[in-house]
Design a protein around this ligand. Structure first.
Ligand code: SAM
Ligand code: SF4
Length: 362
């Protein structure tokens, strides 16, 4: 048995073994993908669940060095969908038999914002006879805010740690009170405490990031015992501070391959969690998301933001599908998912099996 075969058959992977897997060349890489695909089929099945993504606002109080909608980017055209526009998008998801929606936006902390999200969660539940699942992704908030949103009916939350290496975290964020690493970490614990299915993730191919950092990110997710993961390649944006380091980045194709390897390794390490196929994969490879679905991912987030606003939620260069409407996405995705050998779990929440198992009393 080759060294790679031996690693791929282990129950628990060490840091060194994860690094070896991240460094695999084309031949061994295919063995990694095949093993991850096998585990996916066995543990979560070849079903892909939809989360209609509503990017409801690009107004943000934070200044993350990588993000195109950071507060200090004066070139960003700011927008904030009305409640009616958000509810219409959710209605589209409901009528299209998507099982769930994701409300994602810039990070704001205020009583008005808290009440607004609470109202929207209740509104989405009401329009869908309580049936649409709701994931939130609106950053760090106080524990009681998370609790209110959970009580209103949201049940999953995605908060990427971005990098689990504290030092690297502060190279990609300002080192101030608004961007504290410990606060982000604490928010993850608070989310779990509030009752949410917990999702986190990282960006892959950041400047200054090493292979060992990525291995540590995977071990961090395992240790935190997450229920869901959303991770994808970092893609530079011209109007952000990290743009100055673009010469140091891995070529896009390598960042893409590294992202696929991260997904495959995580599937092997955490067999029954939900793993999203990130939109950023498609910014590099037109069939990037389908490739991820083949080798371990089981969640896709079709963009259902009204077309007029999409170009303004520009986190990075070449963001795909900014010139389409939600209905175009649906038709295009169906065909692509079938091509990737998966079925679509229409009308289902497709909750994390990992969460369900944990939830059962022993
Ligand atoms: N504001 C919330 C937050 O930060 O958690 C949610 C919205 S934020 C735009 C969603 C994710 O976009 C972030 O967690 C980050 O990983 C990702 N992102 C931002 N800029 C990016 C870039 N240049 N390349 C790839 N992903 C990026
Ligand atoms: Fe704001 Fe999120 Fe972008 Fe950071 S990543 S600037 S919190 S939208």
């Amino acid at each position: 048995m080759s060294e790679i075969d031996a690693i791929l058959n282990k129950e628990v992977l060490s840091r060194e073994e994860i690094i070896d897997l991240l460094l695999t060349g084309p031949e061994d890489r295919n063995k990694l993908y095949a093993r991850a695909a096998e585990i996916k089929t066995q543990y979560v099945g070849n079903v892909v669940y939809f989360r209609g993504l509503i990017e409801f606002s690009n107004i943000c109080e934070k200044d993350c060095f990588y993000c195109g909608i950071r507060k200090s980017n004066k070139k960003s055209q700011r927008y904030n969908l009305t409640d009616d526009e958000i509810l219409d998008a959710a209605r589209f998801a409901w009528e299209s038999n998507y099982g769930s929606v994701v409300l994602q936006g810039g990070e704001l902390e205020s009583p008005a914002f808290t009440s607004r999200i609470e109202r929207l969660v209740r509104g989405i539940k009401a329009l869908s006879e309580d049936k649409l699942g709701i994931t939130l992704s609106v950053g760090e908030q106080a524990p009681d805010v998370y609790k209110r949103w959970f009580d209103a009916g949201a049940h999953r939350y995605l908060l990427r740690i971005e990098s689990s290496n504290r030092e690297l975290y502060y190279r990609i964020h300002p080192q101030d009170k608004t961007h504290g690493f410990e606060r982000r970490l604490q928010a993850l614990y608070d989310l779990r405490e509030a009752g949410f299915q917990l999702g986190t993730g990282v960006m892959i191919g950041l400047p200054f990031q090493t292979t060992a950092d990525l291995a540590d990110d995977l071990l961090f997710m395992k240790e935190l015992d997450i229920d869901m993961c959303g991770m994808g390649p970092y893609i530079e944006h011209a109007d952000t501070p990290l743009w100055q380091f673009r010469e140091q980045l891995l070529p896009l194709e390598e960042r893409f391959n590294l992202a696929l390897k991260m997904i495959a390794i995580l599937r092997i390490m955490m067999k029954n969690i939900n793993i999203a196929s990130a939109t950023a994969l498609q910014a590099i490879d037109p069939i990037g998301r389908e490739k991820a679905l083949k080798i371990g991912a089981n969640i896709i987030m079709p963009n259902i933001t009204p077309g007029a606003y999409r170009n303004d939620y520009k986190l990075y260069e070449n963001k795909p599908c900014t010139d389409e409407e939600a209905a175009d996405c649906k038709n295009c995705l169906e065909a692509r998912i079938h091509m990737s050998g998966n079925k679509i779990g229409y009308d289902e929440w497709g909750d994390s099996l990992h969460f369900k198992v944990k939830d059962k009393p022993a």
